[in-house]
Design a protein around this ligand. Structure first.
Ligand code: SF4
Length: 377
């Protein structure tokens, strides 16, 4: 814990607050997007926005892996889970996400499906080894942080000769999502979402390095600061972004030097590229179909690919008309713009994906920004 307390220190936060205040130009506005839901959660939990001058706005981005999974992919996972010969294994956040027709993996489990929650991808390996009579499907989701664990799972299954384990691969790619936000129609329009710089995710960057963000600073003139998930990390990143913007600079800076390098984790990257490759395109909830934005299993490991072993259909579905998740994920709206926030849609009864995960923007607003009567502040 001694490595955490220092990054939550009140006196240091007050000093950073002053530093940011002295750097900010009161004649301009700063719109900074924190890409990752982990940052969003830290910002709300520690009240970081309250420490910033009013002309520094934090825009909450799409970096919650549960929130961006397209509903047809989740529907397909539920269809797998209800098969009597299949055990579906996934991370805990995923089981409560609402699918079409108000279904979820949790409800499927209540109706008899064998759905199991795990903390680590490798737990699926042990389940497969212990139940060789069943088909074990690992429902793999996440950004680059969790992708190496899935690739490692496949390599381990191969090494141990397990024939009853497959992976339903839904891993997505951070730079592609940032690119789509920058390329969105109206991205430069003052009436649309305006972003002057990005706070980049440190856990993703520990794997991929800081180099992949350089295209955004070079091609779009947007500064990027890779930051840790403690409140002082975020505040320092805000200060570094404001300083770049004031100087007219746009480069990639690394606040999280304690874990991120320019090259990233070469060994993890090698494991991923051994087993997985980019899909030509992939549907994201809220962002639409994005080119080269997700991973699939290489043909050399096709025997571990659930999409190859089972017949899986993705049907198009309509989101709840009231849900503003797509606009929220793009940073165009806030949860308080949704008419059913905190009333019909709550963490106990989520309508949209942004309310399900602790990293979802709506869940963070609900937990930290409600008034006593449950309505938005
Ligand atoms: S409050 Fe619920 S319904 Fe509204 S945008 Fe958020 S997740 Fe969607």
């Amino acid at each position: 814990m001694r490595y955490i307390h220092g990054f939550r220190d009140g006196a240091a936060a007050a000093a950073l607050e002053q530093l940011i205040g002295s750097e900010v130009d009161s004649n301009r506005e700063y719109h900074l997007m924190e890409f990752c839901g982990g940052h969003t959660h830290a910002i709300f939990r520690y009240g970081v926005e309250d420490l910033l001058p009013p002309n520094v706005r934090l825009v909450h981005g799409p970096g919650c892996p549960v929130c961006v999974l397209a509903m047809p992919r989740l529907d397909a996972a539920i269809e797998l889970a209800i098969r009597r010969d299949i055990t579906l294994v996934s991370y805990g956040d995923m089981v409560r996400v609402p699918a079409s027709r108000r279904r979820s993996l949790l409800k499927a489990r209540a109706q008899g499906a064998d759905v199991r929650m795990v903390y680590s991808a490798l737990e699926a390996l042990e389940i497969a080894a212990a139940h060789r009579e069943r088909e074990i499907v690992f429902f793999a989701i996440g950004f680059e942080t969790t992708t190496p664990a899935t690739a490692h799972l496949i390599l381990e299954a191969h090494r141990r000769g397990l024939k009853n384990l497959t992976v339903y691969c839904n891993h997505v790619v951070t730079p592609a999502a940032i690119q789509s936000i920058l390329d969105a129609p109206g991205a430069g329009d003052a009436n649309q979402v305006r972003i002057d710089g990005f706070i980049g995710p440190s856990h993703v960057s520990a794997v991929i390095g800081s180099a992949p963000y350089e295209a955004f600073s070079q091609n779009y003139h947007k500064p990027v600061v890779i930051a840790g998930f403690e409140p002082l990390d975020v505040m320092q990143a805000v200060f570094m972004l404001i300083r770049q913007i004031n100087d007219g600079r746009a480069c990639v800076e690394n606040q999280f030097t304690r874990g991120v390098t320019r090259a990233g984790n070469i060994k993890a990257q090698a494991i991923v590229s051994e087993v997985l490759e980019l899909r030509p395109n992939f549907e994201w909830r809220g962002l639409g179909r994005l080119a080269r934005s997700a991973m699939r299993i290489k043909s050399a490991y096709a025997q571990y690919d659930a999409e190859k072993r089972f017949v899986m259909t993705e049907t198009s579905v309509r989101e709840n008309a009231a849900c503003q998740c797509p606009s929220i994920i793009r940073g165009q709206k806030k949860p308080t713009d949704c008419t059913i926030f905190g009333t019909v849609c709550t963490p106990r009864s989520p309508i949209g994906s942004c309310m399900v995960s602790a990293e979802g923007v709506c869940a963070a607003y609900y937990k930290y920004r409600r008034t006593r009567n449950g309505l938005p502040a």
